[in-house]
Design a protein around this ligand. Sequence first.
Ligand code: SAM
Ligand code: SF4
Length: 245
Amino acid sequence: MHKRNRTLAWAFNQFVNRSLQGWAYRNDNGLAKPTRIIFCVTLRCNIKCQQCAIWRMPKTEELTTSEWKKVITDLRSWVGPCRIQLAGGETFMRRDITDIIDFATRQGVLTGVVTNGTMIDPPMAQKIVNSGLGYIHVSVDGIKPETHDEIRGIPGLHARTMAAVNALLDAGRGSGMSISLATVINRKNMNELVDLVHLVDRKGLDGIIFNPLGPTIDSDPDWYKKTDLWFDDLCVMAAWSESPT
Ligand SMILES: C[S@@+](CC[C@H](N)C(=O)[O-])C[C@H]1O[C@@H](n2cnc3c(N)ncnc32)[C@H](O)[C@@H]1O
Ligand code: SF4
């Protein structure tokens, strides 16, 4: 199926299921299908970001390539045209990830990935585009290399991440794959957010997702007191967000 037709079929199915969801929930009749689907394909990661709890988790057994393909086939026949986000951990730690995406594309399933970009060089970027991936969000936590590197724990990481973004832009030109940045707003980067938006504009990227810093999987209600990424004074953040740029 052509990419545009896949997108139209997905959008129509989303509309139907979103319309049904409230009513089906109230009447407990199970008529509505999921509209937001995220597969955690791995908990492995090659870096240790300050905001993230995933790299601290014990590693679990993962589904094999053919098991994921069966999940996709079953899901497609139950939900109809749908979109899945392949998440982790670092999704590209799985060597079979483009194979899984390619399979989903051929089933008429749209796909998206969020990545730290560390494993994307020009040949990998080309493989990603060839797999038919719909969107990719590359995590960038600062415009200043030192901010990104400090939050993400590896000197020189910012340069590698931006090289991945450039490789994706080169390979993705004209393919219809959407390429955006993803940034977790925190105390260390709150003054760099506007410059990140300008970077997106300069590079001709499709957008930037700003995520609020959250506790991820940690259910400790005092989690924010235990990270130096939390804001010293939220009033400063409020004043900053209201100031003219
Ligand atoms: C869990 S990561 C998985 C994908 C990939 N490893 C990456 O870093 O992009 C997905 C996104 O969640 C963000 N994230 C991690 N911990 C977070 C937290 N405590 N609050 C909000 N976002 C968080 C990451 O920065 C990243 O943009
Ligand atoms: S945010 Fe992504 S790259 Fe960073 S530790 Fe978590 S899973 Fe790994």
